[in-house]
Design a binder for this molecule. Structure first.
Ligand code: ATP
Length: 235
């Protein structure tokens, strides 16, 4: 479904992604793990067109998207849930969801998509008139994921969904991710919470200083000495 071929991206002279190649197949949940500053957010920004690539190609379902502006990339079935959720705090939950259905293909299906999102996240329906900024951190993450689902995406990019949440809420957020993956969505998630994310994905890539250091099944990475030592604090 998605492939990155030798992708590099930079902020000025600083090369934040260096020759990154990876694939995500339909229906898979794939994680990119790595420490602070490894380039995880940059990778998602490159895929959704917010940061131009300086080399390589990004291909979604056979179409090269690396040269397409970000507002058109959503039309190719990619929805990005950014770090810190970026909801509109003074708008209601439902208005935030409505903003997710702006792609042309999704607008005509607004009512059906809303029913679908409320069906999988009943809490959002209960709170539909509440201002998004007054929701708990976990509920806001649910709203941000719901907003992404409103565009009827094929691929959902999740940027550190567990950041800033209390441990009990983190567990709920990973449960949400497991659910959307079971719904059949293809998921690419970047996370620092290595232990938790490897419990909900099929495969993972380890990113270090902008390059892929290791890849394999979630099980393989969970058992790797390097991952255990550097990312799970287990010697
Ligand atoms: P974290 O887990 O802390 O969010 P990350 O793996 O997502 O980290 P990125 O945010 O992708 O890392 O950053 C990768 C590198 O690029 C870092 O060294 C960071 O300082 C640098 N960087 C990120 N954004 C910019 C920017 N707008 N201008 C210059 N450098 C940047």
């Amino acid at each position: 479904m998605l492939s990155l071929e030798n992708v590099s991206a930079a902020y000025g002279k600083f090369r934040a992604l260096d020759n990154v190649s990876m694939t995500v197949s339909p229906g898979e949940a794939v994680a990119v793990i790595g420490a602070n500053g490894a380039g995880k957010t940059t990778l998602l920004r490159a895929i959704s067109g917010m940061l131009p690539v300086t080399a390589g190609r990004i291909i979604m379902e056979g179409v090269e998207i690396s040269a397409i502006p970000p507002h058109h990339i959503v039309e190719h079935g990619i929805a990005h849930v950014p770090e810190n959720r970026r909801l509109f705090p003074s708008l209601s939950v439902e208005s935030n969801l409505r903003l997710g259905s702006y792609p042309r293909i999704a607008r005509s299906q607004f009512a059906q998509r809303l029913d679908y999102v409320y069906d999988i996240f009943p809490r959002l329906k209960e709170r539909r008139r509440q201002l998004a900024g007054t929701m708990s951190g976990g509920e806001q993450q649910m709203c941000a994921i719901g907003r992404a689902l409103m565009s009827n995406p094929k691929l959902i990019l999740l940027d550190e969904p567990s950041t800033g949440l209390a441990p009990v809420i983190v567990a709920q957020v990973f449960e949400l991710i497991r659910r959307i993956s079971e719904e059949g969505y293809t998921v690419l998630i970047v996370e620092q919470n290595v232990q938790k994310v490897l419990q909900v994905v099929d495969r993972a890539y380890l990113l270090e200083a902008g390059t892929i250091r290791m890849s394999g099944s979630a099980d393989e990475l969970r058992k790797s000495d390097d991952v255990l030592k550097s990312y799970m604090g287990i010697a």
